[in-house]
Design a protein around this ligand. Structure first.
Ligand code: C2E
Ligand code: MG
Ligand code: MG
Ligand code: MG
Length: 284
């Protein structure tokens, strides 16, 4: 009977997985509708200057509140959007929405940087630079307020085209950031080939900082390496004060994580931003 029982649960499990996979595959068909009716929205997570303890920026993170399934993680639907050829629509919607937030945040004589994630399927597209140039012109925004985050990954099809695109964006004034540094296939090659302004330490390293010597050494060396290359270092995934302090001691420039602020809808983010005024974050 045991065998029968576990056999059936395996079958159910497989059926669940199939249903899940099928459902995920169908997501892309509803992207436009999701954008139109506000199911898809942007969350903003604060970034903090670790020397002055001031809020210095935000990362725009996409969210989807599905009417029947509830919140869907971006990793799941970004992948489907890429496969279905809908990533352009999603990306340019994010850029436009993030610019609206950036303009609001910078209208009060305070400087706030905005980071946007760029999918690996976007970076080598021939239309990328022209589209970004058009948005900047239309929205009349200084591109130096915008940071484009790219993840090191082998799924970039045309690497030389990607390097050229990103270099051109940088020449236009956009800041360029290497996201999730240390987790991809070509971390050091990326640094050599692609001039960039910022390096984001992946939270896998950050979360083990306090318990493992190896991660501590890797982080310390990476901060020194990035500084030698003239880059700013951002640590993502800071979940407690001890980690924040350790990173600050190692010379990390900017911090981001649940300890400092969770991703929030713009009205909530803006409220925190206003209340903060010139008041500084309390941990230093
Ligand atoms: P990412 O760019 O590395 O973003 C950081 C992720 O870490 C976010 O997950 C954020 O919510 C989460 N996070 C922040 N602080 C903490 C912390 O203290 N602890 C933990 N455990 N997690 C933390 P999220 O929002 O689920 O996004 C996941 C990934 O989806 C992002 O990773 C990014 O690669 C991608 N993504 C999000 N928005 C967009 C977008 O607009 N376009 C594209 N192409 N990709 C996006
Ligand atoms: Mg990112
Ligand atoms: Mg990241
Ligand atoms: Mg990540």
């Amino acid at each position: 009977n045991d065998a029968l029982g576990s056999g059936r649960s395996v079958e159910l499990f497989e059926a669940d997985r199939l249903a899940e996979a099928t459902w995920e595959l169908s997501l892309h068909a509803r992207i436009d509708e999701g954008l139109r009716n506000g199911e898809i929205w942007l969350a903003f997570q604060s970034q903090w200057d670790m020397r002055t303890s001031e809020l210095c920026g935000a990362e725009a993170l996409i969210r989807w509140n599905h009417p029947t399934r509830g919140p869907i993680a971006p990793d799941a639907f970004i992948l489907q959007a890429e496969r279905a050829g809908r990533i352009d629509a999603l990306t340019y919607w994010v850029v436009d929405e993030a610019i609206t937030a950036t303009l609001a945040l910078n209208s009060l004589d305070r400087h706030v940087q905005m980071s946007i994630n760029l999918s690996a399927q976007m970076v080598d597209k021939p239309s990328l630079v022209a589209n970004f140039a058009e948005i900047v012109r239309r929205r009349n925004i200084d591109p130096r307020l915008l940071t484009v985050e790219v993840t090191e990954t082998s799924s970039v099809r045309n690497r030389p085209a990607a390097v050229q695109n990103l270099s051109q964006l940088r020449a236009m004034g956009f800041r360029l950031s290497i996201d999730d540094f240390g987790t991809g296939e070509a971390s050091l090659a990326y640094l050599a080939d692609l001039p960039s302004d910022e390096l984001k330490l992946d939270r896998r390293f950050v979360s083990r900082l306090m318990t493992r010597d190896r991660e501590r050494h890797i982080i310390r060396s990476t901060i020194d390496l990035a500084h030698a290359l003239g880059q700013t270092v951002v640590a993502e995934g800071i979940e407690d004060e001890a980690t924040y302090r350790a990173l600050a001691d190692m010379g990390c420039d900017v911090g981001q994580g649940y300890f400092l602020g969770k991703p929030q809808a713009f009205p909530e983010f803006y409220k925190v931003f206003l209340e903060l005024g010139r008041r500084r974050f309390g941990v230093v």
